[in-house]
Design a protein. Sequence first.
Length: 305
Amino acid sequence: MEANTHTPIAAGIASKVFEHPFDLTKVRLQAQVLESTARFSGPIDCLNKTWRNEGFRGLYRGLPAPIVGAMVENASLFLSYNEIQNFIRFVNHQSSSEKPSLPQLALAAAGAGAVTSFLLTPIELVKCKMQVQMLVAPPAIASAGRRHLLGPLSVLMSVIRTNGLRGLWLGHTGTLIRETGGTAAWFGTKEFVASLLVARRIKRDHTSSLPPASAQQLRTWESAVSGACAGAAFNLALFPADTVKSIMQTEEELRPTVGGTLRAMYLAQGIKGLYAGCGITVARSIPSSAMIFVIYDSLSRYFAI
């Protein structure tokens, strides 16, 4: 159990440190969808302005929250994914060594994503607010220096004081939709592509039997390729749900429903607004997801999970 938990945590932390500047860019692009005048013309412009105005630390603004989030998210995702697989085997009277079918794996992944969304929403709320606070801070505070900007605990307490504990789950419906569908696409794509790569290798090596595509059988480059495809699938699956969530969590005035926020976004910028920041998100998710599965599969082999 300990290795099952520590392995995805290590993989998640490494990926979050790598991808955070790109995630910050994505959130800032999403946060401007409902503004009359856009601050940034695109992801490169956002990165350049963040670097010029806020420096290196600005690119990693809000990093503590995603680090905690990576620990919680990946431990919860992989643990729930494995336990739900065990439950599916039990219901279908399958042996513990029998690999579930791809639809069963997708169902287990969707369940794992749903469980994780309840833990992830408060963490993402703090992260999103920290990533845009330099943009919404009063001019006097913004020009006074970074030390006046709120840290993660201050942001957390501010939300609780203003909206109560319930306020920590603002935008949860968007997170639930994204995590449920996205995680099904993430694990499902990884398992599918991995099985194709293993089958290709076995056919090339003229091996007669086809074992399941488990971590013990995947080579490092196969973990990387299947993980990269999984990362793209996760973000393309239900990206508008993530945009709705980000706007609900960063807008000063609370928009009470997902439907109301979605409608306002569509009226403001149409379909383009629903996919604000999608390009850079998919671009950073490909190496990030590859990194997660390379580390996870490598540590799984080491610990013989």
